[in-house]
Design a protein around this ligand. Sequence first.
Ligand code: PLP
Length: 421
Amino acid sequence: EQNFPHMSPVWSRIFPIEAERAEGSYIYATDGTKYLDFTCGIGVTNTGHCHPKVVEAVREQAGLFLHAQANIVVHKPMMQLIDELRKVVPPSIDSFFFSNSGAEAVEGALKLARSATGKQNVIVFTGSFHGRTAGTMALTTSKTGYKGHSQLLPSGVYVAPFPYAFRLGMTEEQASQYSLAALEELLISQTSPADTAAILIEPVLGEGGYVVPPASFIKGLREICDRNEILLIFDEVQSGFGRTGKWLALEHFGVIPDIITAAKGLASGMPLSGVFSRLDLMKKWPIGSHGGTYGGNAVAAAAGVATIRAMREEKMLENATGRGIQLQTGLRKLQEEYPQIGDVRGLGLMIGTEFVDTKGKPNKSSVKAVIGKAEEKGLLLLSCGTYDNTIRWIPPLNVTAEQINDGLAIFAESLKETVES
Ligand code: PLP
């Protein structure tokens, strides 16, 4: 507030940094400070800041035309984007709608599910984050704070427990069984299959704490959906586009949903989101019932094409897997030294370190102190989780082994100076 007095305080500001430029894994502030950025603008700049191929595609498209509205004319970048997407999503997902933000994509997915099934209700999970529009606030359960005082939200939303093994104090398999049983009960006690359009889940819980569900749970969801004629929607806004070392996190579970939402990493920072589904479902979405002026914007679509190609050409998914193992190994070593680190988990470069106190309860204060100290030392980290007690590691997918070691070294120093003092 002191630094930027006319910026709405509704933005919960984490760092008082004014960025001047950014390149690869680094942000350079206007005061000359260089930061190792392991936030990626909340999992967006997956190809690193200002990847030259993405910047070039943006420049080239900006010189041709900025905007060509999708209802009026189609354009080459969107057609190329669809071609590229078809190579990375499951073959059954063959119809693509574009919008601008993650929340818009989730709103779209829900409208599609309701139109396609003629049913209204949706089941979400504890710890979920799907956005802050009216529709998506109703679907978001990670923190009451995201709803502010807007509590008169759309109805028809039911909440089942996410299989968060660590917090539940269960094994992965116990958590899976527990959550599947609770979901089955919800379908008997609160929203019958005949009224339930969709089950919506983040295949790796993002904002809610970077929690990877057991594969048996995701498989179980598919089975419950098939048995009850309910659509399965994966919100891959945060987990998609290389973040977990795969194009989409769904590949880790061998489960194909009916609808996928994507945004964030899809266009390296240009506003672009998507609802991807099967054509047979999309055909049930009444023409004109959804749309938007800017969706699939030409410059954003060109950035999306360049993003996917750069990830493929430069083997960023493979790098994310390798660097992810390196990072988790380093974090586990630190866990041996610091009992405050209760859990280290993740897939690819979507990694969480959950902090606990001596009684095993969520430890938010240590997370805040460590993040503050790391910033002083030039490393940007974010927290997540209902209790804000997990540090999420989201480096760019082309981060180097040396940069991971630098990040780990700063984290270790920050732990030493905060946790022990
Ligand atoms: N869905 C998930 C899984 C997210 O992580 C987010 C944002 O963090 C959203 C939806 C909302 O995206 P946006 O902030 O672009 O509206």
